[in-house]
Design a protein around this ligand. Structure first.
Ligand code: CAA
Length: 257
């Protein structure tokens, strides 16, 4: 891996993917996104890993897709490479993904954070979709995910003016989960990840699947899907362990079986 660093033992059951193009503010070139895709695929199959964190560095989570790589491309070049198809894996990953964001999360960087399941941000984080300023528009989910999170009026303002919002504002809009001082944003993401990693990984993944489904299907279908997943969990050992531990007044020890 050239443009990401991966630590599978960052904390118990937690893997950290760190974007590693600091000089380019972690601009998301094709190779970097391919590395994220391959890495997520592998981590999703690794039973030791229960939660994944994606972070950048203090100055930038990511300042968007790599403009220099795209600048000279034609429509057919873009279509052939279909660069956003590598993003599908992020959406397909069953394990929860937390974005730990400091500094710039712009364009594709904002979209990458929004494609994750939760966002923990430092006070220095800035979110925005500035593609309009370079003659294009968001292409990796920004018009959809930002609108679902912020509502039409604010999303429209951000997408059409390219202006940024602070972490505090993003928190107010419900785009992110937490804002903490820059010194502890990664620690805070790990703490949230550890809380989730202590739960049954099967229940966590099925619950994540059901929450995500709520964005895609009508209520009745979503409720049906939720109920099916709930019933399915009764064939897991973790369900027996969790409920028995409650009855026996002890802490459950979930094995992911
Ligand atoms: N692509 C390629 N290189 C980038 C980049 C990007 N998205 N963002 C920053 N860089 C590079 C800069 O070119 C610069 O490189 P050099 O030192 O070689 O000149 C380096 O990173 C540092 O950047 P700046 O000197 O510009 O740093 P700054 O602090 O003055 O400004 C910034 C920071 C406001 C983030 C500014 O860099 C900027 O506006 N970046 C572009 C943001 C943007 O438009 N993102 C959207 C991209 S398109 C997209 O993402 C499409 C999509 O939907 C997926």
């Amino acid at each position: 891996m050239e443009f990401i660093k991966v630590n599978k033992a960052y904390a118990k059951h937690i893997a950290l993917i760190q974007l590693n193009r600091p000089k380019e503010l972690n601009a998301l070139n094709l190779q970097l996104m391919g590395e994220i895709r391959d890495c997520l695929k592998e981590l999703d199959q690794d039973d030791e890993v229960r939660v994944i964190i994606i972070s950048g560095d203090e100055r930038a989570f990511a300042a968007g897709a790599d403009i220099k790589q795209m600048a000279g491309k034609s429509t057919i070049d873009m279509w052939k490479v279909d660069q956003f198809s590598t993003w599908d894996q992020i959406n397909k990953t069953r394990k929860p993904i937390i974005a730990a964001v400091s500094g710039f999360a712009l364009g594709g960087g904002c979209e990458l954070a929004m494609t994750c399941d939760m966002i923990v941000a430092s006070e220095t984080a800035q979110f925005g979709q500035p593609e309009i300023k370079i003659g294009v528009m968001p292409g990796a989910g920004g018009t959809q995910r930002l609108t679902k999170a912020l509502g039409k009026a604010k999303a429209m303002e951000l997408v059409l003016t390219g202006k940024f919002i602070s972490a505090e504002e993003a928190l107010g809009y419900g785009l992110i989960n937490k804002v903490v001082p820059v010194e502890v944003y990664l620690k805070e993401a790990v703490s949230l990840a550890s809380e989730i990693a202590a739960m049954s990984p099967i229940a966590v993944q099925m619950a994540k699947e059901a929450v995500k489904r709520s964005f895609e299907v009508p209520l009745e279908e979503g409720l049906h899907f939720e109920r099916k997943n709930f019933y399915m969990l009764f064939s897991s050992e973790d369900q027996k362990e969790g409920m028995n531990a409650f009855v026996e007044k002890r802490k459950p020890d979930f094995k992911g079986k």
